[in-house]
Ligand binder design. Structure first.
Ligand code: 5AD
Ligand code: SF4
Length: 458
């Protein structure tokens, strides 16, 4: 066994996985492991997987297979699986990936990871830890917050699992049922993120607006000076008040049923709460929405969008859409195009329907040919490009506050950062600029997904 084993984590899937990977890395660093400079130099490689679409699973399985095969040249290499696939596949994964050292569910991973890695380095194989315990400290980093570099933007999970049972979605079966975290634990974790340098914190839940709606009572001794009665607005108020160093607060993902008057007021009146909401729509066809069991029709969805636009100045609204759901006709698809246009989304993520084992829709015939799914995907993306350009053109000539993140991915001579609306802004850095600084940028041009501008000196 190497004296100071180095680890590397490969992450697929959503922001919750990004968060979980970060927490696992911190636990491993706190236990004396080092982060490998690259995967090739690692003694331990973790694959944090996603089950939401078959493609995501194929990628993770391919990666695991490659890593296990690399053992021929790197005999001591430890390969571990975590994330949603660990729960979905159970112990069967060891048949699919011979040589896998361990597989651990996303909630169990935090407390178990250090001991699993140590046992694996000592030669153990085939260890399986499913998600069973529902301990609050499952992912809490309270004990090892000091480990690891500062992150300008960070995530904190506030709601585990999901009870919505949309027909196509595997999340309830891989992430379990809803469980809201205690607001005091959330404040402690946000504070710890702020201490590491986070200026922007996004509160996470698969269906975040269900926070505090199930098996939960808001602690009586935490008042709401703003007079909120609903748990999510109360939580936003509390976090903003208790951790003012976090200049930007976000929450994701939304659902139209959660767009209440109180929530809109919280977004408008709490200065830290960003004017941005990711509000997955999934389809614009009322028939398909019903089949999907989304709990709203297009009129209710659009009413939520209207309420947000009227109540929150300059709000950006983004969405997810699925194309090619079983039985989706050309007419259904055209309805989606229309409703997307009416909603005026700033950005949209389009997914081709993928049947997932055990979900209600997997019993239906996946009857939209792949080619047609691809076409619908392309059409929606082209629509969105034009719409995104129009949305962003409205920012040209205005000055925006940007949280600087660092050199731009495309052109390292320039920097990028984000506005409160979560729009990416590219600009030339000024001397002394550091990641985590807020700068005012005059927007001079726009593309569908990016704004460009010049820093204004104070
Ligand atoms: N097929 C395709 N897309 C899916 N999503 C969830 N389940 C599926 C599926 N079976 C999409 C939804 C969700 C996003 C995270 O992934 O649009 O909002
Ligand atoms: Fe993927 Fe959903 Fe799991 Fe996130 S919660 S990793 S999107 S399956």
């Amino acid at each position: 066994m190497p004296a100071h084993p180095a680890f590397s984590i490969h992450t697929y899937g959503c922001q919750m996985n990004v968060r979980d990977s970060d927490l696992l890395a911190r636990r491993l660093r706190a236990a004396g492991f080092a982060e490998a400079a690259s995967e090739d130099e690692a003694d331990v490689v973790l694959v944090n997987s996603c089950s939401v679409r078959e493609k995501a699973e194929e990628k993770a399985l391919g990666k695991l297979g490659m890593l296990c095969a690399a053992r021929r040249d790197r005999p001591g290499l430890v390969v571990g699986l975590t994330g949603c696939m660990a729960n979905r596949l159970g112990p069967d994964v060891f048949g699919l990936v011979p040589g896998l050292s361990f597989s651990v569910g996303p909630r169990a991973a935090g407390p178990a990871i250090v001991s699993l890695v140590r046992r694996a380095l000592a030669g153990a194989k085939g260890m399986f830890v499913p998600d069973t315990a529902r301990a609050e400290d499952g992912a809490s980093p309270a004990d090892d917050t000091a480990a690891g570099p500062a992150a300008v933007s960070s995530f904190v999970t506030i709601l585990y699992g999901c009870n919505q049972r949309c027909s196509y979605c595997i999340v309830p079966s891989v992430r379990g049922s809803e469980e809201s975290r205690d607001p005091r634990a959330i404040v402690a974790e946000v504070r710890a993120e702020a201490a590491r340098g986070a200026k922007d914190v996004c509160l996470l839940g698969q269906s975040v607006m269900r926070y505090g709606r199930m098996g939960f009572a808001w602690p009586e001794d935490i008042p709401s000076p703003m007079g909120f009665t609903e748990p999510l607005p109360r939580l936003l108020e509390l976090v903003a008040r208790e951790v003012p160093e976090v200049r930007r607060l976000r929450f994701t993902s939304g659902h139209p049923s959660g767009v209440t008057d109180e929530l809109v007021r919280a977004m408008r009146e709490i200065p830290a709460v960003c004017p941005h909401l990711h509000l997955p729509m999934q389809s614009g066809s009322d028939r398909i929405l019903k089949e999907m069991r989304r709990g709203y029709d297009s009129a209710r969805y659009l009413a939520a969008v209207r309420r947000l636009r009227e109540g929150v100045p300059d709000i950006a609204i983004t969405t997810d859409v699925i194309v090619g759901y079983p039985g989706e006709t050309e007419e259904d698809f055209e309805a989606t195009r229309r409703v997307m246009e009416e909603a005026g989304f700033d950005n949209a993520f389009v997914f081709k329907y993928s049947p997932r084992p055990g979900t209600p829709s997997s019993l239906l015939e996946d009857d939209v040919p792949d080619e047609e799914k691809r076409r619908r995907d392309q059409v929606l993306l082209a629509d969105q490009d034009a719409r995104g350009q129009r949305c962003n053109d409205r920012w040209v000539g205005r000055t925006v506050e940007v949280l600087a993140e660092g050199p731009s991915l495309r052109n390292a001579a320039r920097w990028s950062g984000r506005t409160g609306q979560n729009k990416i802004v590219v600009f030339d850095p000024v001397p002394g600029l550091r990641a985590g600084d807020f700068v005012r940028v005059a927007v001079s041009s726009a593309r569908p997904q990016t704004l460009y501008g010049e820093v204004q000196r104070a």
